[in-house]
Each structure stands twice: as structure tokens, then as C-alpha cells.
Design a protein around this ligand. Structure first.
Ligand code: ASP
Length: 374
């Protein structure tokens, strides 16, 4: 057997072997075709990717997986998937019905990145468009730029034919904002550090009382996919931090922070405290870790440790000096391996995965024990 293998290898790879094969029909066989190793297609996302259906039959990752495996461009498929979540008024952290900023205005952030084309596009603090991911894709496809923000982003969307609405609040998001305003207005004259602490206390109260879903206070959808040809893309879209200062832009539309894709290596995206991703460019770091051969889980844990090490301000720490916020990574490599990670495994934090075997929601692996608020 060993001899047979050696001889076959010789015939297939050596010049002399090729000549011998031509002369000896007993070894003739179909020509060797060098192909990029095929990959089992997979779509991964934050857990909301396998929850919201906007009144339809399928979740975001099911839609993305089905389009992708029927031949759609990977990014088109992922964006069609997140559109379901953006348009669902029940999801209060993304698109239409996303919780508004401190002035009660819904401002949305998104970016997308196309691995094979090595192009990307983003919008930040855009108002009046329910599907910022589609506007981000237009920035990628129709301009030489990556990021368009604020009024300019809205005017760009209008010019591209998007419907511009006066207000993206739903009754639910407006009521939650009014309640937030009522509770925080008396605090405006406190010094900034006390005010920050007081606002955080109000936020936790509102989560505990059910005004805001704890999983969606920091909420967003990131969705990444790879098709059978090994083409990788990703998209992140969000209404950002609830009650943010108007004009605040988080990590979601910033390449390397809330999303990064390298077509040859993999994709990484994030939800959670955007400022931590911006300070550490963790999506880029994770992709670079995978480029050096790390498995998605190890690549992400390394980035999670970087955030922990760089969180030195007391106001951002628990009593034991660990971070007092959660942050999640969704990571996919060019072999189709994936991981979902969290700083803490609180609130059943999980991620969504869709393969040929169907969609499921899997617990994220935590770096630290306990909860962000201990
Ligand atoms: N990471 C996003 C941000 O900071 C959204 C979130 O997950 O809260 O804007």
C-alpha cells in the first residue's frame, strides 16, 4: 500500500511521472485539478439573528443561509438576513424601533465588508432610514468612500432612492425614552462622574423593571458568512447605545472595531460596549490573530484579554477590578470554524449559527466568571 501511494504521488506530481502516465495507460486517470478547498457554508450572528422574524417565517440567519447557498452573493445574503432584524419593531437595538438617543431620536450605525472584493462601506448616526445596512452597502458600491455620517448619510440615502421617515420610534421605544428622560432629568446638575454613576443606576433599574431587555441595552446585530467557495463577508448594524449623546458613533460602523473581514482569513464582529472595541480595534485584532494561525476561539479570547487589561478606569471596573460591562465577539475563519465569546456569560448570552443542519443558538464562551455588574 505504501508503495502504491508513493508511486501514485510520483505519477501525479513529478515531471517524469507525467511522462510515464502519458506512456502507460494503466495509470491514466482524470487530470488533477487544483481547487481551493471547499468549505461547508455557515452563517453566524449575534443571538438576535436567530430570534426575530418580522412577522415572516424565517430568522435572519435562516434567510442569509438559504440565499447564500442558492447562489446569492454572500454579502447580499447577509444583508437580507439583517434586514429582517432591522425592520422588526420588536428588536429594540437595531433599525426601526431601536432605542433612541438622549434627545429621543433614533440614529443608526452600520457597516459591511466584502471579503473577495476587498471593499467596505458604512454609515453612522443616520436618521430616518430603517435599513442602514443597505445604505452602507450603497456607500461601498456607489462611492469611493467608506463612511458617510449624519445629515450627509441621510441625503446620500435619499439620493439612492431610500424612503426617509420623520421618526423611526415605535410606541415602545418612545415610551421607554420618555421614562428614561423622566428619571434622568433631575440629574443634569450633578458633576459628570456622579451623573454617569446615577445614569448607570437608572439604566439597571430600567432593565430590572422590564423597560429595556438586558440583552438589548447593548444590542446590535453582527452577521458573518462563508459560502462553499470560501467567500467570506460580514455586516454589523445597530441603533447603538440606548440614550446615547446625539451624534455619538459606536464601534459598529467602524472597520476594525465592530467588524472586520479579510477574504483569505476570516471575519470578526462584535456587540456590547462599543467604546472598548474602538479603543482596542478588537475585530481587526481577532482577524490578525487568525492570520497567525489561531483558532477563532483563541483569537477572540486574546482580544477579550486585551480589553480586560486596558480597562483601567475605576468607573468601568467591578469591585475585583474586572470590567463592569459585557462585550461579545462572533468569529468565523476561512475553514468555516466559528466561535461566540463574551466577557461574562450573563443573561444567557449566546450566538446564532446556521448550517445545512439548520439554525441554532449556542451559548457564548465567557472569559470571566460572574456578571458584569458584580
Ligand atoms: N456596540 C454598539 C455600540 O456601542 C451597539 C451595542 O452593542 O450597544 O454602539
Amino acid at each position: 500500500m505504501a508503495d502504491k501511494v508513493t508511486r501514485r504521488k510520483f505519477v501525479l506530481t513529478g515531471t517524469a511521472g507525467l511522462a510515464a502516465a502519458a506512456a502507460a495507460p494503466t495509470f491514466a486517470q482524470a487530470p488533477t485539478v487544483i481547487m481551493k478547498k471547499s468549505v461547508k457554508p455557515v452563517v453566524i450572528a449575534s443571538a438576535n439573528g436567530n430570534k426575530f422574524k418580522n412577522g415572516g417565517q424565517v430568522t435572519g440567519i435562516e434567510k442569509a443561509f438559504s440565499m447564500m447557498t442558492q447562489g446569492s452573493d454572500v454579502l447580499d445574503a447577509l444583508i437580507a438576513g439583517v434586514n429582517i432584524v432591522e425592520l422588526d419593531p420588536e428588536e429594540t437595538s437595531v433599525g426601526y424601533g431601536g432605542l433612541p438617543n438622549a434627545d429621543g431620536i433614533v440614529q443608526l450605525d452600520s457597516c459591511c465588508m466584502h471579503g473577495p472584493r476587498k471593499r467596505a462601506g458604512g454609515v453612522a448616526a443616520i436618521e430616518g432610514v430603517r435599513t442602514p445596512s443597505l445604505v452602507a452597502q450603497k456607500v461601498m458600491d456607489e462611492t469611493d468612500h467608506h463612511l458617510i455620517v449624519g445629515k450627509g448619510a441621510q441625503e446620500f440615502a435619499r439620493a439612492m432612492g431610500f424612503k426617509i421617515e420623520d421618526d423611526l420610534n415605535t410606541d415602545r421605544s418612545r415610551k421607554a425614552w420618555i421614562e428614561w428622560k423622566r428619571r434622568t432629568d433631575p440629574l443634569h446638575y450633578l458633576d459628570p462622574i456622579k451623573r454617569q454613576a446615577a445614569i448607570r443606576r437608572v439604566e439597571f433599574e430600567m432593565m430590572e423593571e422590564g423597560w429595556v431587555d438586558p440583552n438589548h441595552f447593548y444590542g446590535t446585530i453582527n452577521c458573518d458568512g462563508i459560502n462553499a467557495k470560501g467567500e467570506i463577508c460580514g455586516v454589523t448594524t445597530t441603533s447603538g447605545l440606548a440614550w446615547k449623546i446625539p451624534g455619538r458613533v459606536g464601534d459598529s460602523p467602524i472597520l476594525g472595531a465592530g467588524l472586520y473581514v479579510d477574504g483569505e482569513v476570516g471575519a470578526a464582529g462584535s456587540t456590547g460596549r462599543g467604546e472598548a472595541n474602538l479603543y482596542n480595534l478588537t475585530s481587526f485584532l481577532i482577524v490578525e490573530n487568525m492570520r497567525r494561525g489561531m483558532h477563532p476561539k483563541d483569537a477572540g479570547m486574546d482580544a477579550m484579554k486585551r480589553i480586560k487589561a486596558n480597562t483601567v478606569e475605576k468607573r468601568l471596573q467591578r469591585a475585583d477590578s474586572n470590567p463592569n460591562f459585557n462585550i461579545n465577539f462572533y468569529i468565523l475563519n476561512a475553514q468555516g470554524q466559528h466561535a461566540g465569546l463574551a466577557m461574562y456569560a450573563e443573561n444567557d448570552v449566546s450566538y446564532a449559527v446556521c448550517t445545512e443542519n439548520g439554525a441554532q443558538t449556542i451559548p457564548c464562551e465567557p472569559l470571566l466568571a460572574g456578571k458584569s455588574t458584580e
